[in-house]
Design a protein around this ligand. Structure first.
Ligand code: NAD
Ligand code: MLT
Length: 548
């Protein structure tokens, strides 16, 4: 077993840098596959210098993975976050660079929820202050009189993984739970037995408010001066999600004014918070970002992130990629032949665009059986679309992959659309790409469509509306022409005379004497000079050599 692990390591030696503490179980797993360096005290400058030598970086919330660090990671393929929040990682830059960001979102849900409940009870019963007072030799019973939570309204902002677990536990304490989450359906809230209210309703009705949203541009200072003013007098606020969701200055003012009776904070806008008036306030209880700090959560998070990072480095499906579509390994067999076809269609489309043109629109259509596929199901079309876009863009741009294809298209001003229908003629499934160009030939559309014969034999079956049946491999010469005598013969003669063997030929035409397309599979490349000669044949409109 050991020999095998070592064998695997030398074959694919990958280098992983770990810059925040993760549990030994995860490190052990990584070491079976990669060289692992653990550097817990790196300065920003040192990390920037060191990162160039690694394929993967693993962090928790301590390391700030900024644009600068990511750009210095010239070899980086994956950034692993042992935990859920990726607000310390510049995901946008990672995506642009084609670097996968993976996390372990479920590993510490229960620990974080239990911590929020622990904070709730500490806050309501003033346990930390009472503990400190007794230890300093005092016996102050009246001063530490608390309030019951039973029967009180518990307001949750953000009813995701942690929020739902907190809700269940708060209900178990006899609290009436209300919540605000714009992305959760009433149905889901009903299942949880929670009243889903408007944001301002939660603020104005709750006796305790607990925050459980991610930190994003939208949730930064979600709770500020205005929000505190809407709250009930003597409200108590808990933040075990992320510092920055709550405006700390506004909280301090609300406590001083007597509006807020107390607050429990596990997270801070700057960690550690250093000299902070808020942290020192008697009404405020604090822990140093301990939500996930249990033996269980640390073990699960470390092992989960090791698995994710290893899968990413081995090009296997990754369950928790923040910036990539996930397809389960057991579904990959069904989707793989479509990915092959998609790559061919993308490459073919790209080579049909003249160098002087720019792409405006990339429309993908799925017809027939594939057009009925649902996201996450057997033949999830989202990944197929990304495969087409990736192979299309790769023809023009270096470094395009499954992670950054969508972002690069967007940045290049290319509009990508996907349409689906269950209807199709002659095929069980048909996939097509229609490109629309701008500049020079503004509005010009080109379509290629393909299908699978049998389970895994990809075919190009339509070019610009002309029915063909070509194998998408090797060199293909695509000629558009007017369907008249003495066109096909001369083209074949030119190729034959120049020593180019024709392996297959397909002609598709609209009607006798109308426009037509000829697809020739040839065994070798065709020079510009020969293409020029073919273009001179009477009634030939255009000739394009593509390599698939
Ligand atoms: P999640 O993604 O499962 O849930 C977040 C929920 O917030 C989602 O349901 C989302 O719809 C909702 N949301 C987003 N924007 C919102 C808004 N403007 N208003 C209301 N709701 C909004 O995440 P999770 O795993 O439940 O984690 C929740 C938070 O807890 C995150 O910030 C995470 O980083 C943090 N966390 C902290 C610790 C810790 O150690 N203190 C541990 C685990 C998680
Ligand atoms: C998380 O986002 O998972 C938590 O904040 C815990 C951690 O930082 O490890």
């Amino acid at each position: 077993m050991k020999a095998k692990a070592n064998e695997e390591k030398t074959e694919t030696t990958k280098r992983v840098l770990v810059t925040d503490y993760i549990s030994e179980e995860g490190i052990k797993k990584l070491r079976e596959f990669a060289e692992v360096d653990i550097e817990l005290e790196l300065s920003k400058a040192d990390l920037k210098e060191r990162i160039a030598g690694y394929d993967a970086l693993i962090v928790r919330s301590g390391t700030k993975v900024t644009k600068e660090i990511i750009e210095a990671g010239v070899r980086l393929k994956v950034i692993g976050r042992a935990g859920v929040g990726v607000d310390n990682i510049d995901v946008e830059t990672a995506t642009e660079k084609g670097i996968m960001v993976v996390n372990s979102p479920e590993a510490n849900t229960i620990s974080a929820a239990e911590h929020a409940i622990a904070m709730l009870l500490c806050l309501s019963r003033k346990i930390p202050a009472a503990n400190a007072s007794l230890k300093s030799g005092k016996w102050e019973r009246k001063k530490h009189t608390g309030v019951e939570v039973n029967g009180k309204v518990f307001g949750i902002i953000g009813l995701g993984r942690v929020g739902s677990e907190v809700a269940e536990r708060a209900a178990g304490l006899g609290m009436r739970v209300v919540a605000y989450d714009p992305f959760i359906s009433q149905e889901r809230a009903r299942e949880l037995g929670i009243a889903l209210l408007r944001f301002t309703e939660v603020l104005s009705t709750a006796d305790f408010i607990s925050l459980h949203t991610p930190l994003t541009k939208d949730t930064h200072h979600l709770i500020g001066k205005k929000e505190f003013e809407l709250m009930k007098d003597d409200v108590r606020v808990i933040n075990c999600a992320r510092g920055g969701i709550l405006d700390e200055d506004a909280l301090g003012d609300a406590i001083k004014s007597g509006k807020v009776a107390g607050a429990a904070l596990d997270v801070f806008e700057h960690e550690p918070p250093g000299e902070s008036e808020l942290v020192q306030m008697e009404e405020v209880i604090v822990t140093p970002h301990l939500g996930a700090s249990t033996e269980e959560a640390q073990r699960v998070a470390a092992v989960a992130i090791a698995d994710e990072v290893m899968a990413a480095l081995k090009n296997k499906p990754v369950r928790n990629a923040v910036n990539m579509i996930y397809v389960a390994e057991e579904l990959m067999d069904a989707i793989n032949p479509y990915l092959v076809l998609a790559e061919k269609l993308g490459r073919l489309s790209a080579q049909r665009i003249p160098k002087s043109s720019r792409l405006e629109q990339f429309d993908v259509s799925y017809e027939g059986e594939i057009g009925m596929a649902r996201a996450g199901a057997g033949k999830d079309t989202r990944l197929i679309t990304v495969a087409m876009l990736k192979s299309f863009l790769s023809w023009f741009i270096d470094g395009v992959n499954y992670v950054n294809a969508g972002t690069i298209a967007k940045k290049s001003g290319i509009k990508v659309t996907e349409s689906k229908t269950g209807d199709v003629e002659n095929f069980s499934s048909l996939i097509s790409i229609t490109t629309t160009t701008r500049i020079e030939e503004a509005g010009k559309k080109r379509t290629v469509a393909g299908t699978l014969f049998g389970k895994d034999d990809p075919r190009i079956v339509n070019i610009d509306g002309f029915r063909v049946d070509a194998s998408p491999s090797g060199y293909m010469l695509i000629c558009s022409f007017l369907d008249k005598p003495r066109v096909i013969g001369p083209v074949c003669m030119i190729l034959g005379d120049r020593g180019i063997n024709i392996a297959g030929m397909q002609v598709g035409r609209e009607k006798t004497g109308g426009e037509a397309v000829m697809v020739l599979n040839v065994d070798s490349s065709v020079s510009e000079a020969i293409i020029k000669e073919i273009k001179e044949v009477k009634n030939i409109f255009d000739v394009k050599l593509v390599k698939l």
